[in-house]
Write a protein that binds this ligand. Structure first.
Ligand SMILES: Cc1cc2nc3c(=O)[nH]c(=O)nc-3n(C[C@H](O)[C@H](O)[C@H](O)COP(=O)(O)OP(=O)(O)OC[C@H]3O[C@@H](n4cnc5c(N)ncnc54)[C@H](O)[C@@H]3O)c2cc1C
Length: 409
């Protein structure tokens, strides 16, 4: 056992939510320890393999309105936070191009009608531009002559996930974050064996926190009294290729009835081609079927992908709650805050979600939660959930409980 050290906050898990929270909390003046089962390169996280697209309008075709709102708020935060990082991180807001092959044009009606049903009408009207073949060629010259129609979803973004993870960690460490790497599978009860004593624990272990999210009653017509896992993994597979003969300026989504894919261009001619979404906890390597689907779809988008070099074929599981929405759980008695369920939108929504989680943590640090209500509970009703009585008042939306008297800001 190491010599005891005392912290305001111990963060479990150094993936996306863990690093962002660490960065936010140390900059707010908290003493923070981060404990991660793997190494600083983050290779055990979903964040590491992700395409890191920030596409609230495109995702509204398959997500709920809350995800769209969190995504819009997070884009603003990313823009600001990227500027505040001491090292440059590739971040782009060039929009998303959506295309389809002529035989798949039926997919368009489905895609746009779902977007219209979920996203705010002014967002759809302001950001969605219909393109003809010439328009597609103007926005993506490399696709000239290949598609006769397209949609440009303006204002959408993407980020270099690995660069952002490196930069957030380096910056947080330079401001005092202490890290324990290769800690193995830990939970909040094991912190003292590393000599870590913390006022509050922030659990950001993604799928590794499964035991802390008990099963819930199944919803829906076929539920018949059964239960669903409170947190489950959804398998996703992505291919990373080096394709110097392709030159795309923004993420491109290909509508397809069986293989809807995206291709996200990263710096240095790298492209992330993804992603499958399979209801499975299987962590084994990518299947041949998935590799064929992803690579054939990329080749059908642009034949020069045929000469690309495959650098990585990655598999990870997205940490997913039964309602596919993010959740911040407050366990006031245990002094634990858990943030999870970022599912397929972690990069897109984590700024707003982790900012809210850090507000809860600060309220706990500064005294009784009930006396320091959490403004985020008003901004995002239903996202913050209290498991014990004492915390309920603080996270139940009611304007009268807002209090600005924090000492850690
Ligand atoms: C294929 C794929 C593509 C994706 N594409 C996008 C995208 O384009 N846009 C987008 O917004 N999102 C995308 N996502 C989703 C995004 O990556 C996740 O939502 C996000 O990474 C979840 O963040 P997290 O911090 O909760 O979990 P993670 O990023 O998985 O981090 C959890 C961390 O906790 C550590 N850990 C786990 N258990 C323990 C333990 N017991 N003790 C200590 N440490 C532990 C892990 O090693 C890991 O470092 C994608 C995900 C996948 C899989």
């Amino acid at each position: 056992m190491s010599a005891p050290q005392y912290f305001d906050v111990a963060i479990l898990g150094g993936g996306l939510a863990g690093r962002l929270s660490a960065w936010l909390l140390v900059r707010a003046g908290a003493r923070v320890a981060l404990v991660e089962r793997g190494g600083p390169d983050g290779t055990g996280s979903a964040a590491h393999v992700s395409a890191a697209m920030l596409a609230p309008l495109a995702e509204s075709a398959i997500a709920e309105r809350r995800i769209v709102d969190l995504g819009v708020a997070s884009l603003t935060l990313w823009r600001r936070w990227i500027e505040e990082l001491p090292e440059p991180v590739f971040f782009q807001q060039n929009g998303t191009l959506v295309v389809w092959h002529a035989r798949d044009r039926g997919e368009l009606a489905m895609f746009t009608s779902r977007m219209r049903a979920v996203a705010p009408p002014e967002m759809v009207a302001g950001q969605m531009r219909t393109l003809d073949g010439r328009g597609v060629a103007e926005v993506e010259p490399d696709l000239a002559g290949r598609f006769t129609q397209g949609l440009l979803l303006q204002g959408e973004g993407q980020i270099d996930n690995r660069g952002a993870m490196r930069a957030l960690l380096a910056c947080a460490v330079s401001e005092g974050l202490q890290c324990v790497w290769e800690a193995g599978e830990i939970d909040e009860h094991m912190l003292t064996s590393f000599g870590i004593h913390a006022n509050v624990v922030l659990d950001c272990r993604g799928l590794g926190a499964r035991a802390a999210w008990p099963d819930v009653p199944a919803q829906g017509k076929r539920a018949s009294g059964g239960t669903m896992p409170g947190l489950r993994g959804l398998r996703g597979e992505v291919v990373r290729v080096h394709a110097p003969d392709v030159s795309l300026r923004r993420p491109v989504r290909l509508l397809h009835p069986r293989y809807p894919i995206y291709i996200a261009p990263k710096p240095n001619d790298l492209y992330v081609i993804g992603a499958t979404e399979i209801e499975s906890e299987d962590e084994s390597p990518m299947s041949v079927r998935s590799a064929l689907e992803l690579l054939s779809a990329a080749h059908s988008l642009h034949p020069a992908f045929g000469e690309a070099r495959v650098l990585e074929m990655n598999v990870q599981r997205r940490p997913t709650r039964p309602d596919h929405l993010p959740s911040i759980r407050v366990e006031q008695q245990a002094r634990v805050v858990r943030v999870n369920g970022l599912y397929r939108h972690g990069w897109m929504i984590s700024p707003a979600v982790t900012e809210a989680a850090c507000e809860v943590v600060r309220a706990m640090l500064n005294g009784d939660l009930a006396a320091h209500a959490v403004p985020a509970a008003l901004r995002w009703p239903g996202m913050i959930e209290a498991v014990d009585e004492a915390a309920v008042a603080a996270v139940t939306p009611a304007a009268s409980v807002i209090d600005g008297g924090d000492t850690i800001h």
